[in-house]
Design a binder for this molecule. Structure first.
Ligand SMILES: C[S@@+](CC[C@H](N)C(=O)[O-])C[C@H]1O[C@@H](n2cnc3c(N)ncnc32)[C@H](O)[C@@H]1O
Length: 387
């Protein structure tokens, strides 16, 4: 796999855009398919309007004339693709782009003016925080995907994100610039303390000091959950292209468990597999320039750390969940584990099934099925006494 030349030297942005593309494409396809009337809610050929909201749109560091290396084009393309796939249904498309920088905004307007139907676009000039009410009004009750991708942390405070993300049928993806935030999160200067409190949505008291990376994100997720009342929130790590450290962390929030199921599948594909190839390519370019031999990694180390922990913890996660409530539907249990852990639903189901084989849990069924090979969401499982 070759990383497009526009992304050379900023491969972490490529990976961020790959996650955005994969998640948004599936999100748009899923909602477009509801116009069929076969999926929920079951109304024949109902009209569906889908929204993409780019709260920090840019264009920013674009190297491609058609802005294909920006979230602006990625968002528009995802909507158009969904409409193309379901042409026979009544799908309307809209997008909102917010940009504060006048030069970037005029580029944005110029680009949008070259776009032909079918997406109705709303460019909004100014700070995201000043447009929250307008965005909320435009979206109404339609399904919307919100992308929050600030340059640092300023202007992306929890008090702006929460009122928009709290409404049903809205998914949010927030890029938390971990590398920058990590350098300043414990800085004692008053103005930085206030900015950090805005970002994390801390209204009284302080952000707990000296949090490690995983603890910091557990804290951010909890703040988002309580401010926006979003039931399903998860995050993933995007590493720097050549250094072994996290650059961005993308946090997803959704009102349906399908959000975390999709997010973990995207994470495995992009952060587990593609990131490895992308980073090996970037490292080999750097190493060859320095004339050093290259040791290729087989798996991406950044994802491996989180994924291996999740796999190791999965058995106790399942047993502890069942210790709190047994019996329980597997479908009530997996979304909460996926919010915390970097594991896919099918991996977790396999581990749960191996616990059945070990007689540590059982599936409640009238007639045991000897040919059974997996656990499904609708299955009720219970802890066996000897566990
Ligand atoms: C990281 S860039 C966005 C990149 C873009 N989302 C992408 O992936 O291609 C952040 C953008 O937000 C703009 N910006 C900064 N503060 C803002 C604010 N408070 N409201 C809206 N836009 C802002 C910057 O001018 C910049 O263009």
């Amino acid at each position: 796999m070759n990383v497009p030349v526009e992304y050379r030297g900023r491969e972490q942005t490529y990976l961020k855009h790959r996650v955005l593309t994969e998640y948004l494409n599936s999100w748009a396809q899923k909602w477009a398919s509801t116009a069929r009337g076969l999926a929920w809610p079951p109304q024949p050929n109902r009209e569906v309007r889908l929204w993409y909201v780019d709260c920090f749109a840019g264009p920013w560091q674009a190297n491609n004339q058609n802005l294909e290396d920006t979230s602006v084009a990625i968002g528009l393309n995802a909507l158009k693709q969904a409409a193309r796939r379901w042409t026979e249904f009544n799908i309307n498309l809209s997008a909102i782009f917010v940009e504060k920088n006048p030069t970037a905004f005029s580029k944005l307007e110029k680009f949008l003016s070259t776009q032909t139907e079918p997406v109705k676009t709303h460019p909004l000039f100014g700070a995201f925080g000043d447009h929250v009410t307008t965005i909320d009004r435009l979206l109404g009750t339609d399904p919307a995907f919100l992308f929050v991708d600030p340059t640092g942390w300023k202007g992306a405070g929890m008090s702006f994100i929460a009122p928009l993300a709290s409404k049903p049928h809205r998914d949010v993806l927030i890029n938390v610039m971990f590398n920058h935030i990590n350098r300043f999160k414990d800085d004692p200067r008053h103005f930085l303390r206030e900015q950090m409190k805005d970002f994390f949505g801390v209204n009284s008291g302080n952000i707990p000091p000296k949090l490690g990376e995983d603890e910091l994100f557990a804290f951010y997720r909890e703040q988002l959950r309580s401010a926006a009342k979003i039931p399903y929130i998860a995050d993933l790590a995007i590493p720097h292209s050549t250094k072994d450290r996290t650059w961005f962390r993308l946090v997803v929030g959704g009102h349906h468990h399908a959000a975390v199921e999709l997010f973990r599948n995207v994470e495995k594909r992009i952060c587990g597999t593609e990131a490895n190839t992308v980073r090996n390519e970037a490292r080999s370019r750097e190493t060859l320039q320095l004339g050093l031999p290259l040791e290729l990694e087989q798996e991406d180390i950044s994802y491996q750390r989180l994924h291996q922990t999740a796999l190791l913890q999965a058995t106790s996660d399942i047993l502890q969940n069942l210790a709190r409530k047994s019996p329980q539907k597997f479908g009530d249990l997996w979304p909460h584990i996926l919010c915390e852990r970097h594991i896919t639903k099918s991996e977790l189901a396999q581990i749960a099934f191996s616990l059945v084989k070990q007689n540590r849990i059982s599936i409640i069924e009238q007639e045991p099925n000897p040919r059974r090979r997996s656990i499904k969401s609708e299955d009720s499982i219970e802890l066996l006494r000897s566990t």
